[in-house]
Design a protein around this ligand. Structure first.
Ligand code: ADP
Length: 488
């Protein structure tokens, strides 16, 4: 970081050194567009190549580092994140627009992820099997891949980087990390913390590199580099699908988390309060900017009107305002482009026959920002555009169905399959939904968003590609299996 003007400048971290970029990009607070958090370096292709080369050079040392050393590095990061939960949470809210409580919660989660993977560095063992041949034994072990490129989105500025960086390092890989352009602040902070661990020792320079810069340049160069053995990506469907093809063409391992159009089914026998809270929480909190957000709320006839009335009543109580105000329930939309997209989808839903039961309009607050009232659209069908495409904002539509069977068919009628929820008191329907919902994650009487950090995260169908993230399942992606035979 340098402070040559009132607004600080932040550099990239390449080969153990802080390096200025080809230019800078301002990080602007969506709650107050006059608040510039800092100017962040933008890497070019040459710097991307330098970072990849540094990671490649550091790989033998890091792959040979003891599990204890890797544990110590990751545990130290977890401890510092915990201790600085409030200031990092504040930075997160300031750059992304989540409320302070959400920002602090996310920082806490990132800390727990680092601490979990510290332990994973010690637990990543193999198997021994007797051979079918006499006098021969077989060992199955897991080896790191080499250099991995980690490409993150803007909606979880610290948790998603954590759930990619921590397993990558725990299992012995070297990292080139490219955060999203809109949220470089938390990414830089994470790099700063990592740079003060044992990674500061010369032999480990290059184990972790931070490359802030445009996806079309830096991200693309990572995807194309023959030295990058794997890419872990979270972002939009369009970018993800192009990136998967690029990786497949050169046989690089790839893991991609993309969109969702997550259904929340509400059956007649649901506890109304549980259903309304689940819907409001997962459709509108974090400004609806979660890939696990509920966006299609599928409600059976008997409870439909009561559910809509109670949901609208609850929405009326929500306070949409500056992310750092203690009284705020929902912060602003992340930027002008996303706000424009949200409003466009609301207009399209109405044009296709939906009725706006609440919200959906831009609002002004004390400071200039991207404020939008959460939108609930009723009278929609599953065939409308609003039911097919991901909005990625606080916009949800209600689809009225006859019974459980129609609800299940409707929930599964989507190209996506990340998270699916059901609110019901029927064990039979809950069980059937868990078995038959086409989704990587199923929630019963819970919001579709909000997952634990120690269990697998990922979807089915068009939502995800490659092995799961998080928990011990992350080793499927970040390691390769080796089978060794020994004759006694
Ligand atoms: P969004 O439209 O929500 O920003 P993107 O999929 O464009 O979603 O962005 C997710 C991440 O992918 C960001 O870090 C972005 O910079 C990066 N990215 C964008 N384009 C490319 C690309 N062509 N190759 C690799 N990464 C990219």
């Amino acid at each position: 970081m340098s402070q040559d003007s009132a607004v600080p400048h932040f550099h990239n971290y390449i080969a153990g050194a802080w390096v200025a970029g080809e230019g800078t990009r301002p990080n602007i607070n969506p709650s107050d567009t006059e608040d510039v958090i800092g100017h962040y370096a933008q890497a070019d292709t040459a710097q991307t190549e330098a970072a990849i080369a540094a990671a490649h050079g550091a790989f033998p040392a890091w792959a040979a580092a003891t599990p204890q050393l890797r544990f110590d590095v990751l545990d130290a990061v977890g401890n510092e994140l915990l201790a600085r939960r409030e200031d990092i949470g504040r930075l997160l809210s300031r750059e992304e627009g989540k409320t302070l409580a959400e920002g602090m919660g996310e920082t806490h989660r990132a800390a727990m992820i680092f601490k979990y993977f510290a332990g994973e560095a010690l637990r990543c063992g193999g198997e021994n099997l007797p051979s079918v041949r006499p006098g021969v034994s077989v060992e199955i072990s897991r080896a790191p891949l080499g250099v991995v490129g980690l490409i993150a989105p803007w909606n979880f500025p610290i948790a998603i980087p954590a759930w990619k960086i921590a397993p990558a390092l725990a299992y012995g890989n070297c990292v080139v990390f490219k955060p999203a352009e809109l949220v470089p602040g938390c990414a830089w902070t994470l790099a700063d913390i990592l740079s003060r661990t044992a990674l500061k020792n010369k032999e480990f320079h290059g184990v972790f590199n931070l490359l802030m810069g445009p996806g079309s340049q830096v991200g693309q160069a990572l995807v194309e580099s023959p030295l990058v053995r794997a890419i872990s990506f979270t972002g939009s469907v369009g970018t993800g699908r192009r990136l998967i093809s690029g990786c497949a063409a050169r046989q690089a391992k790839v893991q991609a988390e993309m969109g969702g159009k997550n259904p929340l089914v509400v059956l007649d026998d649901a506890d109304l309060e549980v259903a309304v809270n689940s819907a409001v929480q997962s459709a509108f909190f974090s400004t609806g900017q979660r890939c696990t957000a509920s966006s299609r709320i599928i409600v059976t006839e008997g409870i439909h009107d009561a559910f809509v009335a109670a949901t609208v009543a609850k929405m009326k109580t929500l306070n949409i305002d500056h992310a750092l105000k203690a009284s705020t329930d929902i912060g602003p939309v992340v930027d002008a482009r996303q706000l424009e997209q949200n409003l466009r989808y609301v207009a399209l839903a109405r044009a296709e026959g939906g009725e706006l039961a609440f919200g959906g309009e831009r609002v002004e607050r004390e400071r200039p920002g991207f404020y939008q009232m959460p939108a609930l659209i009723t009278g929609t069908s599953n065939a409308m555009t609003i039911s097919r495409e991901e909005v990625f904002g606080p916009v949800a539509n209600v689809i009225r169905v006859k019974d459980f069977e129609e609800a299940l068919l409707t929930a599964n009628d989507s190209e996506f399959g990340l998270s699916a929820g059901i609110c019901t008191r029927s064990l039979k329907h809950a069980t059937q939904f868990k078995q038959q919902a086409q989704a990587g994650m199923v929630m019963v009487n819970l919001p579709t968003a909000g997952v634990d950090y120690h269990v697998p995260f990922g979807g089915s169908k068009g939502s995800s590609y490659g092995p799961r993230e998080q928990g011990s399942y992350a080793r499927e992606f970040y390691t390769q299996v080796k089978t060794a035979y020994t004759a006694a």
